[in-house]
Every structure is written in structure tokens, then in C-alpha cells.
Design a protein around this ligand. Sequence first.
Ligand code: UDP
Ligand code: MG
Length: 336
Amino acid sequence: MSAEKTSVTVVIPVYNEKDNISELLERTLKACRALGRAGRSWELILVDDGSRDGSSEILAEAARNNPGEIKALLLNRNYGQHNAILCGFGAAQGDILITLDADLQNPPEEIGNLVAKIDEGFDVVGSIRQDRQDALFRKVFSGIINMMVRKSTGVKLRDYGCMLRAYRRRVVDAMLSCRERHTFIPVLANLFAKRVTEIPVGHAERARGTSKYSVLNLINLQFDLLTCMTTAPLRILSWIGAGISALSIGFGALLLILRLVYGTEWAENGVFTLFAVVFFFIGAQFIALGLMGEYIGRIHADVRERPRYIVDRVVGETLGECQSAKVAMAHVARES
Ligand code: UDP
Ligand code: MG
């Protein structure tokens, strides 16, 4: 292996994907071994995010059967996809870090292309799903979210939702140093990357099993994305509040004038209008409070500084670990 070629770590979060793992490993290992033949060192880190379907045992077995290639990190319970990835990043030794989903929606065959793009000098390489195979509501939803992220971060990527991505080591180190507990990795990465690009990649339907995101999970994830990205909604709220107050003063004045012109009888009949107005303000206040609550909740979570995850078991050694462990052992043996 030539020293100048950067090493690669592929991180895959796995949550109840037992039927997908064998094809996933076969295809991913093939792609990684091709990197190896091109003179790069590489490792595959599989993070089991508290699966209950036996996935963790399959991953542990794979790590035992592929020493030097696969490491399995088994979390003690489900911490969510992004925390699982951060756990994998924490254990990764490569200079280039790649993430992809375990359900084979992201073709592992694209790994080589992502690596090549990083080699061109980019800090982050995202991917745009061609002919995306997801439900219509998710595509529409994604479109809106992508537009919001573009506006808010000023980084003009087209597809933030696709987790088939590559990061340079320094970007990942910066992400790992962030203390926030609720985060959305592709957006977080933008904060630390100078050169960001995207490449088109294929997209398949989920091979087996069902999506791990219910509609409620997806909504929660959007809050993570929003709050990790910006505090602008809080500011917008103040503006909306100011606008509503100004309008209500105008409206009050109008009601007064109408009362003077048409008399008290009219004013009584306007009670329902007033109700409508009051409900509007109550609604606006609840939205404002809710949004503030989202931020305060996150501040609360971060202040507590609970660990993002607990690793139950690590199976397997990769890259230089076996070698350095042997050297260390030899050293100890000599000294004793
Ligand atoms: N995943 C995870 N923890 C979770 C939810 C999902 O590690 O709590 C993994 C899952 O196994 C898959 C990836 O994250 O590898 C994406 O999940 P999924 O395919 O269900 O999401 P979708 O494609 O529907 O957005
Ligand atoms: Mg999927």
C-alpha cells in the first residue's frame, strides 16, 4: 500500500435490517476491496443502532469473519441514525469518511466515485438521487426542506436527504467536537467545509424491510434539521409578533371608527369577528411558544450533556489496529 494514498472508512448505521445485511456486505466489501486494489487502505464500520431483529449478531459475525476489514460497534439501544453515524465516525481511522444506508437504497458501488471526488480537493461530497424511489409525499417534503436549507445556509446543494456522502477527516473531527445532541449530519458538515459538491448517484427502492422513519419521526427529524441549522425562526417569530401587534392596533382603530359610524348595535354583532381575531392571536402565540420550546428543549438536552450513545460491544479490528496491537504486545513481552 503506498503511503501517499488517503485511507477510507465506510460507516453504515444499521437498525433492524437483518434481511439486507448479507447483500449489503457483499456489495460494500466488493467496492472497498476495489479501493484496496487501487492501493488504498480502508475499513468498514458497521454500527448496530440497538436492533431487535438479530442484526447485531449478524454484524458481529461478519466482523469476526473479516478481520482487518470490518469492525462492528453494537450500541446498547436505539439512539437514532445520526447518533449511530457519529459513533462510527468516533471509531473511524480513515482520512476519508463515507456514509451510506443499510437498506441498499444507496448503491455501495458509488463509493469509489465519492472517494475520487474528495481526491479532487472537496471537503464534502454529497449525492443527488437520480430517479428517487420513495413515496411522493417524501419527495415533495424533501424538496421543500432542501429549499429551506439552501436559503438558510447559503450552500447550494440539491439533495440534503441522501446519506450517501463523503467527508474529509477534518470536517468529521469538527463535527465530533460539537456538543449538540440533536443534529443532522449533512447540514452540520456544511459549517466546517470549504469546498462542497454533489455527484449524481443511483437510487433503489428499499431492498427489504420497511422504512425506520414514521411520519412522526420524520417531523421530529425536520425539527433537528431546522434547529441545527439556524435560529432564524425565532427571529422571524418576533417579526411576525410585531406585525400582528401592528395589525391589531389598526384593527382596533377600525372597529372603533365603525362603532362610531354604525352605532353600538353593529358593535355587538361584531362579537364573532372579535372571537376570530382572538383565536388568531392565540394560535400565533402557541406556534411561537412551541418553536421556542423546540430550541429550549435542545438547550436543555445539551446542557445535561448526556452521552449520545453507549457502545455495548466492539467486535473486530481494522486498518493498523491488529498490527499496532501486535507490536505493542511484542514490546510488552520484551520488557517483561
Ligand atoms: N437507522 C438507524 N437508526 C434509526 C433509524 C434508521 O441506524 O433509528 C438506519 C437504517 O438502518 C438505515 C438508515 O438509517 O440504514 C436509513 O433508514 P431508513 O432506510 O429506514 O430511512 P429512509 O430511507 O426511509 O429515510
Ligand atoms: Mg431507506
